[in-house]
Design a protein around this ligand. Structure first.
Ligand code: CDP
Length: 784
């Protein structure tokens, strides 16, 4: 008798991260680990002022310093038509300033030297004569009539508006507001913060003077897209440009834009004929690279007296800094802010968004989120809580009453998204059960009687990730699909090459698990390669939780292609028709005679040694996957906080996070992603802030001023899950990398506000330090 064969399951399994062997043993290979023979070092001179005309730059003393090889200025770059470059959203940004500086920290000149310390010392010898100009710090000032025009380098630019965009149906929304019993409004600001990855940006540019080929080792989340930008900027053919993005010490969106340092180092290597390394220092990273958020949002929710939501109006004004530089899917200029109706069945919505230039570093980078989802999610979750207070109902009940119901999926939102799947009440129920919501409410009432403040905050968010269907999403015209190329070697070991680029998310493990799930080859036999434009298929990179929805899907699809060929090979070996075979997870069995079988490894061997006449040899393929839709992960987060009436200090008592990202490939990695995201969400709610004084000086240029949480400040998180598969993803997975950063800030803020809400407090602006809480306690008469 034949024993039934059961292949190992590879989805839903917490396989240990393959990449950790090298990371834990200090064997990672980061850009700063790259050292090439004859390499030079580059340092960047940055503007000390936020807005000024440049009268002159004198580089003679710097050039005379022994060890200095060259000083590069904007004027030199202009001779090669490289002083300005395109941004990923179709704007332009200075590589090195020529006419003016438009932000503090702007790149003005670069020194290339034999030694990094000499390069740095030489910066002090460069004399720049600045003529200060009036500084514009907020988007409100920027849009006032008569404000100085920041981008006067553009011939026809008369004001500081970057974009104006509207979404939804204005008339239908107006009608909903006319019919409503109640209108609740809410006004908030999501402050500027910074992704602050552990590794700053940098590159080693190596132009081969003989072949002309440029190899750039670069901290890039999107190597292929960056190669195309380099080709467009330099006019060099793409086959002469190789971008290698080795191990990255975090990205979080910070490594999506193209930065001047990359371009100058490459130009310098081209002109000098030697490799040039540029590694940004921490302050350079914090003051000049892609910032996030800086959104002013206000809006109104129309409701009936029974709490049914009828309509939503939202206005958003964003501070883009002096250049609109973040990647932006061009069909949705307000990005995915359209998700602002959240998890609720709101029949009508109208969204108006504006962006404005200011004298700040280019802002708007999607820091661990999908193009403005974080701000939209924060806004609706804060507004719903405010509405609950105004209506005198439990915020949880108001949410329940308005959730999109499971049977409504696929659900078309008022702003035009088609949500793929969801079960919001199930996730909420689970979170409340884990938190012990009813008991906690009783405890809250008791605490108030005893003069203590306890707050409970909930957020039930919906995200939209996985750009995208290429018909709707592109960056600089590059359609947003992604790719996977799989080759199974004769011995049944495999190499998978993908178009996305890990920055610590564990792709080398999870993508191998996807192949293992489809073909039965164990993950330990699969090498996952990424981050090298010469050796991986074209892809749009990793950000916005898009890797699993796009390249993950491509990986499943290419594996299935190979399985189809393996079936034919197995049929040939077993001398049966392919239709007579059934797949058993890692082998083909003859239907009705399962002991006659061919393993995937045997089929792979046959592909090179015994393939049928007329069949191409080899077992390999490539898939470019254009997803039919985005994926819509969601979750319910619940937080309990205690607020000290004597100091305004608040402390997280409990934090429960229930996430639904469809099928989980590797639960341990998913939980790691969620914990990291919750930490960053907590940080935004509690402490992270980049701000500017009236002269445009950046306050937050180092880790003493820009506070990121250590394990000491980070609360304990309790995780739960529900699983609602994506109906269109080949393995039912949705993205998850950013869910927690998106969903959690509102939960933390809702909790702190809730502690004070009975005294009429409705808003506390992030980051909520004890000073702000203390002020609110005093004003509400709650201070002790
Ligand atoms: O694009 P990015 O990698 O940042 O985000 P993601 O696609 O959400 O994936 C983050 C990590 O979690 C990857 O290693 C994924 O393969 C893994 N993941 C998973 O195991 N199961 C899911 N349903 C989603 C992601």
């Amino acid at each position: 008798m034949t024993e039934e064969h059961t292949a190992e399951r590879w989805l839903g399994r917490s396989v240990k991260r393959k990449e950790d062997d090298r990371f834990l043993q200090g064997r990672g290979n980061y850009v700063d680990d790259i050292n090439l023979p004859g390499m030079l070092y580059m340092s960047v001179l940055r503007s000390p002022v936020a807005h000024a005309r440049i009268n002159s730059i004198d580089t003679s003393a710097a050039e005379a310093l022994p060890g200095v090889v060259a000083v590069v200025t904007g004027e030199l770059l202009a001779q090669h038509n490289l002083a300005w470059m395109p941004t990923l959203s179709g704007d332009t940004q200075a590589v090195l300033a020529t006419d003016k500086v438009r932000m503090q920290g702007q790149e003005v000149a670069c020194v290339v030297a034999e030694d990094p310390y000499v390069a740095h010392d030489a910066l002090e010898l460069i004399e720049v004569d600045y003529d200060p100009l009036p500084v514009v710090i907020t988007p409100q000032q920027s849009l006032e009539p008569g404000a100085p025009v920041i981008r006067d380098d553009k011939e026809d630019k008369q004001d500081n508006r970057v974009y104006h965009w509207e979404a939804g149906d204005k008339e239908a929304t107006d009608r909903a507001f006319e019919q409503a019993d109640r209108v609740v409004s809410f006004d908030t600001f999501y402050p500027r913060c910074h992704p602050a990855p552990m590794e700053t940006c940098g590159c080693v540019a190596d132009v081969n003077p003989v072949t002309g080929k440029i190899t750039i080792y670069m901290t890039s989340q999107a190597p292929h897209a960056h190669r195309t930008v380099f080709a467009l900027v330099t006019g060099l053919p793409e086959h002469q440009i190789q971008i290698i993005s080795p191990d990255l010490g975090g990205g979080f969106g910070n490594k999506v834009p193209v930065y001047p340092g990359y371009v100058v180092a490459t130009a310098a290597s081209l002109l000098i004929g030697r490799p040039v390394k540029w590694i940004e220092d921490r302050t350079g990273n914090l003051i000049s690279t892609g910032f996030a958020r800086d959104f002013y949002m206000n809006g109104e929710l129309a409701l009936n007296n029974d709490g049914k939501m009828l309509g939503l109006r939202v206005k958003m004004l964003s501070d883009q800094g002096y250049a609109y530089a973040d990647a932006q899917p061009s069909k949705l200029r307000a990005g995915l802010f359209h998700i602002v109706t959240g998890s609720y069945d709101i029949p009508a919505a109208h969204v108006v968004t504006d962006g404005a230039y200011t004298n700040k570093a280019p802002g708007g980078v999607a820091y661990r989120c999908s193009f403005r989802v974080t701000e939209a999610s924060f806004f609706i979750e804060r507004l719903v809580q405010t509405a609950a207070y105004e209506l005198g109902v439990d915020p949880v009940e108001l949410r329940r009453k308005n959730f999109i119901q499971p049977e409504q999926f696929p659900y078309t939102s008022a702003t035009g998204f088609v949500y793929d799947s969801g079960d919001y009440e199930r996730a909420l129920d689970k979170a409340l059960e884990m938190l012990g919501y009813e008991d906690l409410k009783a405890e809250q009432a008791k605490a108030r009687d005893e003069g203590k403040l306890l707050g409970i905050g909930v957020a039930t968010f919906t995200e939209v990730v996985g750009a995208g269907p290429s018909k709707d999403y592109d960056i600089l015209g590059l359609k947003m699909f992604d790719s996977a190329e799989l080759r199974v070697h004769p011995t049944g070991k495999a190499i998978l090459k993908i178009g996305v680029q890990t920055q610590g998310q564990g792709h080398e493990t999870t993508f191998a698990q996807i192949v293992a799930n489809e073909l039965g080859i164990p993950p330990s036999d699969i090498l996952v390669q990424h981050g090298d434009t010469d050796n991986t298929p074209y892809g749009l990179g990793t950000y916005a939780s898009r890797s699993t929805p796009t390249a993950g899907a491509a990986t499943a699809m290419v594996s299935r292609k190979l399985r189809d060929k393996a079936r034919e090979l197995a049929a040939h070996l077993l001398e049966v028709a392919p239709e007579d075979l059934e797949w058993a997870g890692d082998r083909f069995q003859v239907r009705g005679a399962p002991d006659r079988q061919t393993t995937i490894q045997e089929a792979a061997f046959a592909a090179y040694t015994n393939h049928p006449q007329g069949m191409e040899a080899g077992l390999e393929g490539v898939t470019y996957y254009d997803p039919p839709n985005m994926t819509y992960p969601f979750g319910a987060y619940a937080v309990a906080v205690e607020v000290d009436r004597g100091t305004g200090q608040w402390k997280v008592k409990r934090m429960v996070a229930v996430d639904d990202c469809g099928v989980r490939i590797n639960p341990m990695i998913v939980e790691g992603q969620i914990m990291g995201g919750l930490t960053e969400g907590f940080a935004m709610a509690a402490m992270e802030l980049i701000t500017f004084d009236e002269l445009g000086n950046c306050i937050g240029s180092n880790f003493s001023d820009y506070l990121i949480p250590t394990s000491w400040e980070t609360p304990k998180f309790e995780l739960g899950e529900t699983t609602t598969p994506s109906p269109h993803h080949p393995i039912g997975a949705k993205g998850v990398g950013e869910s927690a950063t998106v969903g959690s800030p509102a939960a933390f803020v809702n909790a702190v506000v809730d502690a004070l809400a009975h005294a009429g407090v409705r808003e506390l602006q992030m980051p909520i330090g004890p000073d702000k809480v203390w002020q609110a306690l005093v004003e509400a008469g709650l201070a002790e």
